[in-house]
Design a protein around this ligand. Structure first.
Ligand code: SF4
Length: 143
């Protein structure tokens, strides 16, 4: 897609940091319940969320500024994760989630509604899911 400010785009699989947008909560089925209004997390939230044994990126999804070339998932002029999730994640299809960042989302800018159709099945830190496999070595495999 074109016409969007590249500087304004957000990564929808960011870490839990002060100033990040809380996109949604991981439910018991392992899918994201999106929060339709924009909620920016503060220091107190980050402190509380990181006090648990399980990392916040296994329990929530966050968005933050897309680092482009500063991120290991940036290949050429694209976010490799956006392409990868569409290829490998089985999505729920329509309707698209009520997401608070769609107008500034990197994945949506790159892949449109197809990215949204699989997005609820993405958990940023998959190390728990891959705990008994080689994938555990790639903690934070989505980001
Ligand atoms: S891919 Fe779609 S649903 Fe997921 S964060 Fe981006 S705009 Fe929201």
């Amino acid at each position: 897609m074109s016409g969007r400010s590249e500087r304004a785009l957000l990564c929808p699989s960011a870490r839990c940091e002060t100033g990040a947008t809380l996109l949604g909560i991981v439910g018991q089925q392992g899918t994201i319940a999106f929060i339709p209004i924009k909620l920016v997390v503060d220091k107190a939230f980050v402190s509380a969320a990181t006090a648990y044994a399980r990392p916040p990126e296994q329990r929530f999804r966050f968005a933050n500024r897309c680092m482009k070339g500063g991120c290991r998932h940036w290949h050429g002029a694209r976010c490799h994760v956006a392409d990868m999730v569409i290829e490998h994640v089985k999505g729920g299809g329509e309707p698209l989630p009520a997401c608070s960042i769609r107008e500034s989302c990197r994945w949506f800018a790159q892949r449109g509604a197809l990215a949204c159709s699989v997005c609820a099945d993405v958990i940023t830190d998959m190390s728990a899911a891959f705990a008994d496999t080689e994938g555990a070595a790639d903690k934070g495999s989505v980001r």
